[in-house]
Design a protein around this ligand. Structure first.
Ligand code: ADP
Ligand code: MG
Length: 615
């Protein structure tokens, strides 16, 4: 037999290696990019419903979406021909040419979702346009239309995806447990429904309604989705600039959680993942929350679509900004600004009832230092006047509490002298008054100081306690009827460790048997009969600190005690009490913040106030 290099048979074998994949296989492979799991279909179908202009969108799933994902909407529907076209790859009504990509206003545009779904699941589509008498029913399997008939129905569209990956068992095996898949679905549902609070959304899983989101404001939607704990705990973020707009909410610092979650960034109403922008927001929160905790945020950034490339990822969750740095800086500044503003005017963004306003959580102000750093951002100059970021900028000269008196030209230079001048000035000249049972307004020649009564007292007490453990013990008042206190074994060990320091602080406590202690005496300000509760509260507070704080036992104890014993927000103070508190605060070595770093007062200067009023 003659063997030739040019042997036609050989040639044929080589040529046969390459062949075209049948459409349905090609589609199945391509579908892998868009539909990886039930939640991917949820996202695509919900987005299509939004694009169709629906304002009622229902999601129904069974078996964590593995056997059914169905979205029913009341949107504009499809013609019988479009209904079939919709399942073709690259079939879209949303763009016509490449330029359209840069003005895109819809969620979808790649024309891949329905084709992908039809390649890897059984699909039933029902759709009707308002102008048509009857609707269309279509069944698709392996990318082929297998049934088609007119039906009677209301306007809108229902798309049911059944038995995902029925024809791709290998991919089916990659699906996770129902719990995980359901979690993914809920996440996608939230991401879409949060962006459209003016639309009704519901989610039904295995016959049970899990979400029922009535139309409302963004704030209402956030609370509906993330829970009532955020009610009255949201700070509004709102900045308009020529380049971009930012709106939305961040959770107050105290709502920060130990686990990431509840964090949403939307660009032109599309949820995106951006560790870069997340960083910007975390930065804005940096001094307000513990290091390893995560604040809630739902922020909407709107900018000219030409400035973003959403086309970089098939699921459109990662996007590219034309100028990433600007967006970063804007986002960070907007959040800082919001946090700073809410603390100056706690009720600004809230329709709170007055009792809530007295809560500690509503009242935490920001620090002068923080305001100053906000202001140092040159970006504020570009914020529009209307949104008042410039207020903060003008406070940039307020870097320290000392500004309060140093602005006075005759002001002395040493801290002690200054404090005494301050002291004289307000005690001699002005009456103090209490605001909201929470702040003390301290007027002076150059403006006024707003003192947070609880924070201020915390600082004062802490300094007293620190002195006590360093050799100036606080006097003990002996109890007439010493109370016994029985603790859990763990608490007993804790208290035993603290007994010596507590003694210096005026608490005379003796161990009495296994987990029992006798309280022989307490500082004079603990009223008779309250000894036991006081000790229990101190232990509680201490344990709370124990988890979060890397500092000495003694330090923790001092801080717990100061927090525990400080006068609370909501307590009415007399003129004398206010005078004493402010005087004692100013006598502290670090009067401007609590030991935990929360500000104790803010200073408002006359000229700044006048500028705020446009003078
Ligand atoms: P894309 O959304 O990227 O255009 P899809 O594959 O998701 O691609 O959808 C293809 C087309 O089908 C859409 O462009 C739209 O015209 C139509 N369509 C899909 N879902 C709906 C719906 N719920 N209501 C009306 N039209 C729809
Ligand atoms: Mg789509």
């Amino acid at each position: 037999m003659r063997i030739s290099y040019f042997c036609p048979t050989n040639y044929k074998i080589l040529a046969d290696i390459i062949h075209l994949l049948p459409d349905n296989i090609a589609n199945q492979i391509a579908a892998g990019e868009v539909i990886q799991r039930p939640s991917s279909a949820v996202k695509e179908l919900l987005e299509n419903a939004v694009d169709a202009g629906a304002d009622e969108i229902k999601l129904i799933i069974s078996d964590a979406g593995k056997s059914l994902v169905q979205v029913i909407d009341n949107g504009k529907g499809m013609s019988p021909i479009d209904a079939k076209m919709a399942f073709e790859r690259h079939a879209t009504s949303k763009i016509r040419n490449i330029d359209d990509l840069f003005t895109i206003k819809t969620m979808g545009f790649r024309g891949e979702a329905l084709a992908s779904i039809a390649a890897v699941a059984q699909v039933e589509l029902k759709t009707k346009r308002p102008e048509d008498v009857s609707g269309t029913f279509i069944e698709v399997e392996n990318s082929q239309v297998v049934a088609e008939e007119p039906i009677g129905m209301n306007s809108g569209t229902s798309i049911a995806m059944k038995n995902l990956f029925f024809n791709v068992p290998a991919r089916r095996n990659f699906l996770k447990s129902n719990t995980t898949e359901l979690k993914n679905i809920v996440e996608e549902f939230i991401r879409v429904s949060m962006a459209f609070p003016d639309k009704f959304f519901s989610l039904q899983s295995n016959g049970q309604e899990v979400f029922h989101l009535e139309k409302g404001t963004l704030k209402q939607r956030i609370v509906q989705i993330l829970g009532n704990t955020y009610n009255a705990k949201l700070v509004s973020v709102l900045e308009h600039t020529d380049y971009l707009n930012i709106m939305g909410f961040v959770g107050k610092p105290e709502t920060a959680k130990k686990t990431r979650g509840d964090q949403y960034i939307f660009v032109n109403n599309r949820f995106i993942k951006s560790s870069y922008l997340n960083h910007a927001i975390m930065n804005a929160f940096s001094e307000l929350i513990p290091k390893d905790s995560f604040p809630m945020y739902a922020l909407f950034i709107d900018l000219n679509p030409a400035q973003v490339d959403i086309n970089v990822h098939p699921t459109k969750q990662e996007i590219k900004f034309e100028d990433e740095k600007i967006v970063y800086a804007f986002v960070q500044s907007a959040v800082k600004h919001a946090l700073a503003q809410f603390s100056i005017t706690p009720t600004l963004d809230f329709d709170l009832d007055p009792t809530i306003q007295h809560l500690d959580s509503v009242s935490k102000p920001t620090s002068a230092e923080r305001n100053a750093s906000v202001a140092s951002s040159s970006l504020y100059q570009t914020f529009s006047q209307k949104n008042q970021a410039h207020f903060i900028e003008r406070k940039s000269d307020l870097k320290h509490w000392k500004d309060f008196y140093e602005s006075d030209t005759s002001a002395p230079k040493s801290v002690e002298e200054s404090i005494s001048v301050m002291h004289k000035e307000y005690t001699a000249t002005f009456d103090l008054f209490q605001l909201n049972h929470q702040y003390i307004v301290v007027p002076n020649e150059t403006g006024f100081m707003l003192v947070h009564q609880q924070h201020a007292h915390e600082r004062v007490l802490y300094d007293q306690y620190a002195l006590a453990v360093e050799g100036k013990p606080i006097a003990t008042q002996q109890s007439l009827f010493p109370a016994t206190i029985e603790l859990t074994p763990a608490d007993a060990i804790l208290l035993t460790e603290l007994l010596d320091d507590l003694q210096e602080l005026g608490y005379q406590i003796e161990s009495f048997g296994k987990h029992t202690f006798i309280i022989q005496g307490t500082p004079a300000d603990v009223s008779q009969g309250n000894e036991k509760v006081t000790i229990e509260k101190i232990l509680d507070q201490y344990k709370h600190f124990n988890m979060d704080l890397a500092c000495s036992k003694r330090e923790k104890l001092l801080r717990s005690l100061a927090m525990q014993n400080a006068v609370k927000v909501g307590v009415k103070l007399g003129q004398k009490e206010m005078q004493t508190l402010v005087a004692e605060l100013l006598a502290c070595s670090m009067p401007s913040a609590t030991p935990g770093g929360k500000p104790t007062f803010m200073h408002f200067k006359k000229d700044e106030l006048e500028k705020m009023f446009g003078k």
